[in-house]
Design a binder for this molecule. Structure first.
Ligand code: COA
Length: 276
């Protein structure tokens, strides 16, 4: 287990880096120390072969209670607008970094998930919640609009009606409802959460990692492109992948199916050389 400044914990287990926001007494709300620390964590994990999939979760009862109202807002605002901009760069920055992380990422939402926590939730490629988790855009309850991208995030992920409802009411929804409105991929009882996330991570670990990075970027990039731009981007991105993937995965995948007949791509992934 690695401890980062007492605010983030990282554990490795068979290809998965379990990253826990670790301020349970403060419901893992994000203060400037946590936000700057996460840059180091992501830098370290991107270069660490023990991390094939990153799972982001929270220690204790919360995934994250959002931004730290005392340290991130009140104390930073007291230092003036330059300090505010610096704090914003640190938080928005690690979420952006996570959105484009070199490896696939899963948000494991174990409990409270409020406001600013939608940033890392959205930044993760996939999200699995506990049925018991509670989500809310609580900003309206304390007098601000959902910033830090949160308003954009809900309009990206859920319907316009649901985005407006969450934004204006500040009402909480549980994991099951979050799954119904597609804020997360699915929800399972809390007791099964880690097992389900482990199984999902194992599915990802079977795939070609270079392809996963190209594919996850493609999903995010094409969302704002015209159809023709997207077609072109996907051709170029695949051709760059052909160059970057020194294992020549696609050729190997065809060979194992057509020549060896050892697997069927419709049913599973090809066996990567050097992989278990
Ligand atoms: N900012 C600063 N401190 C926070 C916090 C936040 N976002 N969320 C929790 N805390 C602190 C509390 O002030 C309390 O500190 P204390 O022990 O020094 O008094 C501690 O964490 C525990 O919180 P508490 O409210 O007692 O826990 P709870 O389990 O009863 O309730 C929540 C949990 C998440 C419902 C509640 O803490 C809450 O509403 N937090 C704010 C959520 C929010 O609006 N976030 C959006 C920010 S953009």
């Amino acid at each position: 287990m690695s401890d980062y400044n007492g605010v983030v914990k990282v554990e490795f287990d068979n290809g998965v880096a379990w990253v826990s926001l670790n301020r349970p007494d403060k419901r893992n709300c994000m203060n400037p120390t946590l936000n700057t620390t996460m840059h180091t964590v992501l830098d370290d994990l991107e270069a660490d072969d023990r991390c094939g999939v990153l799972v982001l979760t929270g220690e204790g009862e919360a995934f994250s209670a959002g931004m730290d109202l005392k340290e991130y807002f009140r104390e930073t605002e007291a230092q003036g607008h330059i300090a505010v901009r610096r704090a914003q760069r640190a938080s928005y920055g690690w979420w952006r970094r996570l959105r484009w992380f070199e490896k696939p990422t899963i948000a494991m939402v174990n409990g409270w998930c409020f406001g600013g926590a939608f940033g890392p939730l959205y930044a993760c490629d996939l999200a699995i919640a506990a049925d018991e988790a509670q989500f809310g855009l609580s900003e309206i309850n304390w007098g601000i609009l959902p910033g830090g991208g949160a308003t954009k995030i809900v309009t990206d992920l859920v319907s316009a009606r649901d985005a407006m409802y969450l934004t204006l009411t500040g009402d909480r929804i549980d994991g099951k409802r979050a799954s119904e409105i597609r804020l997360v991929n699915e929800s399972v009882p809390l007791a099964q959460l880690r097992t389900r996330v482990r199984a999902l991570a194992d599915t990802l670990l079977e795939k070609n990692p270079a392809t996963l990075k190209a594919a996850k970027d493609a999903v995010r990039r094409v969302a704002t492109m015209t159809f023709d731009e997207a077609e072109d981007y996907l051709v170029v991105r695949q051709e760059s992948l052909n160059y970057l993937d020194k294992t020549e995965g696609a050729k190997e995948g065809i060979r194992q199916f057509i020549d060896e007949k050892t697997y069927k791509p419709g049913l599973a992934a090809y066996k990567r050389r050097g992989a278990e």
